[in-house]
Design a protein. Structure first.
Length: 487
C-alpha cells in the first residue's frame, strides 16, 4: 500500500479524482502522520481533525471538484480561519477565533482543499527561525537541532516532514523562500498584489504577500493558481488576470531553456555566503547553462542598502499595524482589575502579550516615524526603495530573471543567532530586495551543503510570475529533489 503522505499534490489529486483513493483516506493519512511525528517537529500550533475530515467528505460526496480537490493543506497561523484559532504565534492573540476567513482561505475551501491545521511561525511573522514563536520553535526535519527558517518555518517543516503536501506562507522579507531553502522545499512569493492580503494579520502592509509552499515546483504552481487573482476587498490587489503559472511550470519541466537570460547580481558576490552554498548555487547555474540558458552579470548598485531600508520600512508599518492590539478588541487583556485606567490596561496587555522581537520592531518603527526623525529614517528608506526598484527595472532590460542563492547560509543550530538581531536579519540578505520592489520570486532546492539543503532563488519582473516557474521547473528537472532522513 502506497504511503499517501509521500505523494505529490498533483498525484494525490489524480488518485482522488479517479476514485482510486478517497479524500478522507488522504486527509486521514496526513492527520495520522501529524499525530505520529509532530511532537518532535512542532510544525503545528493547532490541528483541525474534524474540520479537515468534514471538508474531505464533501469532496468524496462529489460536492466539489477541481484540480486540487481533496488535497489537504496546512495554513500559516497569521492567516485568519473562521472559527479556528489564529494566533500569529503570539500570546496577545491566544484563544482568538476569527469571525471570518481570509480570501485565500475562502479560495482553498471553494477548491475543496481540507485544512489540516495552523502552522507555527515567528510571532507576527517577524523572524527567520521560528525561535520567536511564543509557543516554542519548530524543529527542522533534516536535523531536529536546527532551525526550519522563518517566519514560516512551520509550513516548510510540515512539508519536509510529510505532514502536509501543500502549505500557505506569507512573505514580507523572505518568510516563504528562506524556510523553503533551509528545509529543502519549494516556496514562492507571488507579485505583490497578486494574492489577496484580506484576512492576513498585517505586519508590513506594503510588503506582505501570501503565497504557495510545496515539495515540487508543479505543486507550488497548482496552489498558486488556486489562491491568486483579484480581490476587491484588498485595495492593493491587482485587477488583472493571473499569468498561467501551471503551464509555465510544465513547459519548464521539459528541460529546455534555450535563449533564457539569467542575471547574476554583481553586488551579491563577496556577500559572506557559506562556501557550500556558493558551490551548490554555481553547480546548479552550470546545469541551467546546459539546458540552453545564458548567464549575464548585472549590476544592482542599491541592493546593499536593501536590508537597512527594509528594517526601517517594515518596523514602521508594524508599529502602526500592531497598535490595534490594545487589550480591548482581540485576545489577551491583562491587569484589568476594575481599578486601572484604560491606558494602564493597554500598556500591561502589550507588555505581557508581545515577545521581545515584536517589541523591538515596535520601538524601532515608532522612533523612525516620530516627528523630527521621519525624513531622516522612514522618508530616506522610501527613497532607497525607489532606487532598488529602478535597479530591478534596468536589470530586467538585459535579462529575463535574476538568480542567486536564497539565503547565505544553511539551517543553523538553535540559539546561534538570537543574541544578535543583525545576525538573524542577515538570513534575508538575498530575499529582501524583491519585497521592496514587489516582484515575484521562488526558492527551489538545488543541492546539499554538509548534508543540509541549499535553496536557489529566481526573481522575475512584476506580473511575470510564470517566467520564474518556467526556470524553477527546469532547475528541478536538472537537479532532482532532496529527501530528508527518516524521522
Ligand atoms: N525575516 C524577515 C523579518 O524578520 C522577514 C519576515 C517575513 O517575511 N515575514 O522581518
Amino acid at each position: 500500500m502506497t504511503d499517501l503522505t509521500r505523494l505529490s499534490a498533483s498525484d494525490l489529486a489524480k488518485l482522488i479524482s479517479t476514485g482510486e483513493v478517497s479524500a478522507v483516506e488522504v486527509a486521514t493519512a496526513h492527520l495520522d502522520r501529524i499525530a505520529a511525528v509532530d511532537d518532535r517537529v512542532h510544525a503545528f500550533l493547532h490541528v483541525d481533525r474534524a474540520g479537515a475530515l468534514e471538508a474531505a467528505a464533501a469532496v468524496d460526496r462529489g460536492e466539489i471538484t477541481g484540480p486540487l480537490a481533496g488535497v489537504p493543506i496546512a495554513v500559516k497561523d497569521v492567516v485568519t480561519t473562521k472559527g479556528v484559532p489564529t494566533t500569529a504565534a503570539s500570546k496577545i492573540l491566544e484563544g482568538w477565533k476569527p469571525p471570518y476567513d481570509a480570501t485565500i482561505v475562502e479560495r482553498l475551501k471553494k477548491a475543496g482543499m481540507p485544512i489540516l491545521g495552523k502552522t507555527n511561525m515567528d510571532e507576527f511573522a517577524m523572524g527567520s527561525s521560528t525561535e520567536y514563536s511564543a509557543y516554542g520553535p519548530t524543529n527542522n526535519p533534516w536535523d531536529l537541532g536546527r532551525i526550519p527558517g522563518g517566519s514560516g518555518g512551520g509550513s516548510a517543516a510540515a512539508l519536509a516532514a510529510y505532514e502536509a503536501p501543500l502549505a500557505i506562507g506569507t512573505d514580507t522579507g523572505g518568510s516563504i523562500r528562506q524556510p523553503g531553502a533551509v528545509t529543502g522545499t519549494v516556496g514562492a512569493k507571488p507579485t505583490y498584489g497578486g494574492t489577496s492580503r484580506y484576512g492576513l494579520i498585517a505586519f508590513s502592509s506594503s510588503l506582505d504577500t501570501p503565497g504557495p509552499c510545496a515539495r515540487t515546483v508543479e505543486d507550488t504552481a497548482l496552489l498558486h493558481a488556486v489562491i491568486a487573482g483579484h480581490d476587491p476587498r484588498d485595495s492593493t490587489s491587482i485587477p488583472q488576470p493571473v499569468p498561467d503559472v501551471v503551464a509555465a511550470a510544465r513547459l519548464g519541466a521539459t528541460g529546455d531553456l534555450t535563449g533564457v537570460r539569467l542575471g547574476i547580481v554583481k553586488e551579491f558576490a563577496g556577500d559572506g555566503s557559506e562556501p557550500g552554498v556558493t558551490a551548490a548555487f554555481q553547480e546548479s547555474l552550470q546545469k541551467l547553462v546546459k539546458l540552453g540558458a545564458e548567464v549575464v552579470e548585472v549590476s544592482c548598485p542599491h541592493f546593499e542598502y536593501a536590508l537597512p531600508a527594509y528594517y526601517l520600512i517594515a518596523p514602521s508599518e508594524c508599529s502602526s499595524n500592531l497598535a490595534r492590539f490594545d487589550g480591548v478588541r482581540y485576545g489577551l487583556r491583562a491587569g484589568d482589575d476594575g481599578n486601572r485606567s484604560l491606558e494602564e490596561v493597554m500598556s500591561l496587555t502589550r507588555e505581557a502579550g508581545f515577545g521581545p522581537e515584536v517589541k523591538r520592531r515596535i520601538i524601532i518603527g515608532t522612533y523612525a516615524l516620530s516627528s523630527g526623525y521621519y525624513d531622516a529614517y522612514y522618508g530616506q528608506a522610501q527613497k532607497v526603495r525607489t532606487l532598488i526598484t529602478r535597479d530591478f527595472q534596468s536589470a530586467f532590460e538585459k535579462v529575463d530573471v535574476l538568480v542567486s542563492p536564497t539565503t547565505p547560509f544553511v539551517a543553523f543550530p538553535f540559539g546561534s543567532r538570537t543574541s544578535d538581531p543583525y545576525q538573524m536579519y542577515l538570513a534575508d540578505l538575498f530575499t529582501i530586495p524583491t519585497n521592496l520592489y514587489g516582484g515575484p520570486a521562488i526558492s527551489v532546492p538545488c543541492g546539499l551543503s554538509e548534508g543540509l539543503p541549499v535553496g536557489f532563488q529566481i526573481m522575475a519582473p512584476t506580473l511575470a510570475d510564470d517566467r520564474m516557474y518556467r526556470v524553477a521547473a527546469a532547475l528541478e528537472s536538472a537537479v532532482g529533489t532532496f529527501t530528508p532522513p527518516a524521522l
